[in-house]
Each structure stands twice: as structure tokens, then as C-alpha cells.
Design a protein around this ligand. Structure first.
Ligand code: OAD
Ligand code: ZN
Length: 250
């Protein structure tokens, strides 16, 4: 792929970068997207049952089995896209990744300023007292039934995944950090997200209106493409290393 020279100039001259990522950035690590591909998760599972508080409380075993089946707790590895983003950081004053992904692949790749607006897969949280425990303390490979659900080591109530479900608020601290990064950005990357939930529309709209250069990386068009100055159509694991090379060679 040829990167337009006008975009290369913007990439080199920007100082504060806001990166908004979704499931697509982890696709080349073997994780499924939620929408957009034939094998996407919401083509196979009902989000009302598997990703809402109501669904969880009516059948927690089913939701834990769903989490296992979509590999929420398995150890995928960062792909060249995550690794390129981590290396880009040193070329800018600030480089904030706001991710909808609950996997820990940006952190594992070495990115240091990662804001997780949908929670995280490395913890589970008590539904009663809020105590958090490392997910690695538990075995998520077996079949869950009402008799073997993970229970809080402090109070005995049910644990739940420490992620944000449909109908729940986004974590306030994460949103505050995302807003601060949004205000200062002069370059925004929108990577591997359909943009259908969680403020993605507002983030892209704000950055575009404030004059930041908006660059989308996605093999397909999304609901955020409208705001993009550049749409780089392809997998992020291939395109991000090319963008890193622009910085390395400058
Ligand atoms: P989606 O699954 O909605 O969108 C994934 C996007 O990644 C699609 O636009 C694909 O075209 C694109 N894509 C696929 N392969 C790619 C690749 N190799 N490189 C780059 N892009 C690629 O994922 P999100 O936008 O992250 O929330 O979904 C947002 C939220 O909806 C998720 O966090 C989850 C889901 O329901 C909850 O569970 C609450
Ligand atoms: Zn508890």
C-alpha cells in the first residue's frame, strides 16, 4: 500500500496522538470481531443474553461459558499492529490509546498509556462487595454450571467479568482520561472498530471538528469513515508497521 505523502507529513509533524481501537486490531492475534465478519461474535451469539446484566443474573453459567467460548480469558499474543503502536509512542509528546478491547494486548505489546473503556479480562469483580481478583486465579476452561460458579473470596457472592456490558455506564476515570487525550490531539487513529457503540462517534466527530487529522485503518468502511481524512483499507497488522516506518525513516 502507498501511504499518501500528505499523510506522511501529518504523521511526522503531529505531537499529540489519540488512538481509538476496537476488536479489529486484535483480529490478527486470532481473536474474533463482534461485527462485520462472517465469524463475528454477534452473528453467533445473542448480545442480550450474553452481554447484559439482565442476561448474567438470569443465567450466570451461560455467560461464563460464553466468555470462555470467545476466548476472553485465553492468552492471545500481540500482533504486528499492537507492536507498531507501542513503538510509535516515543515519537510524540503524548500517545494515548483508548481501547474498547478487554484483551490486554496493547499493554503486552509495550504501550504505556492505555485507557480501557470496556474493562479488562485480567480481573473479575464481585457483584456484591466489588472486590477484584486476578482472573488467572481461576480456571475458565471447564463447563460452568450453577454449582461451580466463581464466588468472591471475601464475601461469597458471585463474581462477574470485570467488563462493561450493554446498558452499563463506562468507567468514569477512563472516560476522563479519554476526554483529556481527545482535547489535546492533533492526530487521531481509528483502528479496527465499527464505531457502533461507546462514544466512538463522538470521539471522531469532536476530533474532526477540532481540526485534528483523522486516519481510519479498517479493511471495510465503518460508521466513523465519514469523519476520516484518510481511510487506509486493509488489516491493521499490515498497515501500522508501514506507518511506523515513516517515523523511523524521518
Ligand atoms: P466490531 O466487531 O464492532 O468491529 C470490528 C471492526 O474491525 C469491523 O469494522 C471490521 O471491518 C474491522 N476489522 C476486521 N479485521 C480487521 C483487521 N485485520 N484490521 C483492522 N480492522 C479490522 O468491534 P468494536 O468496534 O470493537 O462491547 O465493537 C465495539 C464493542 O461492541 C465491543 O467492545 C463489544 C461489542 O459489543 C461489548 O461487549 C459491550
Ligand atoms: Zn464480595
Amino acid at each position: 500500500m502507498n501511504i499518501p505523502s500528505s499523510l506522511a507529513d501529518k504523521i511526522k509533524s503531529a505531537r499529540n496522538v489519540f488512538v481509538f481501537t476496537g476488536a479489529g486490531v486484535s483480529k490478527e492475534s486470532g481473536l474474533s470481531t463482534f461485527r462485520g465478519d462472517d465469524d463475528s461474535i454477534w452473528n453467533k451469539y445473542d448480545p442480550e443474553i450474553n452481554a447484559t446484566p439482565e442476561g448474567f443474573y438470569s443465567n450466570p453459567a451461560l455467560v461464563w461459558n460464553f466468555c470462555r467460548d470467545i476466548n476472553l480469558f485465553t492468552h492471545a499474543k500481540p500482533n504486528p499492529g499492537h507492536l507498531a503502536l507501542a513503538q510509535m509512542e516515543s515519537y510524540y509528546d503524548t500517545f494515548t490509546i483508548v481501547t474498547q478491547n478487554v484483551d490486554c494486548l496493547h499493554e503486552q505489546a509495550g504501550s504505556t498509556d492505555v485507557v480501557k473503556i470496556h474493562g479488562t479480562c485480567d480481573l473479575i469483580r464481585c457483584t456484591k462487595c466489588g472486590h477484584r481478583a486476578p482472573a488467572s486465579n481461576f480456571d475458565f476452561t471447564h463447563e460452568f454450571t450453577p454449582d461451580n460458579l466463581p464466588k468472591c473470596e471475601k464475601c461469597g457472592a458471585l463474581y462477574r467479568p470485570d467488563i462493561v456490558w450493554f446498558g452499563e455506564y463506562l468507567p468514569e476515570e477512563a472516560i476522563n482520561r479519554a476526554s483529556a487525550a481527545l482535547q489535546r490531539c492533533d492526530l487521531m487513529y481509528v483502528i479496527g472498530t465499527s464505531g457502533e457503540v461507546s462514544g466512538g462517534y463522538g470521539f471522531a466527530q469532536h476530533a474532526a471538528a477540532a481540526g485534528a487529522t483523522v486516519v481510519e485503518i479498517n479493511p471495510k468502511r465503518s460508521s466513523l469513515t465519514y469523519f476520516a481524512d484518510y481511510h487506509l483499507a486493509g488489516p491493521s497488522g499490515e498497515i501500522l508497521p508501514l506507518l511506523l516506518d515513516i517515523l523511523k525513516n524521518s
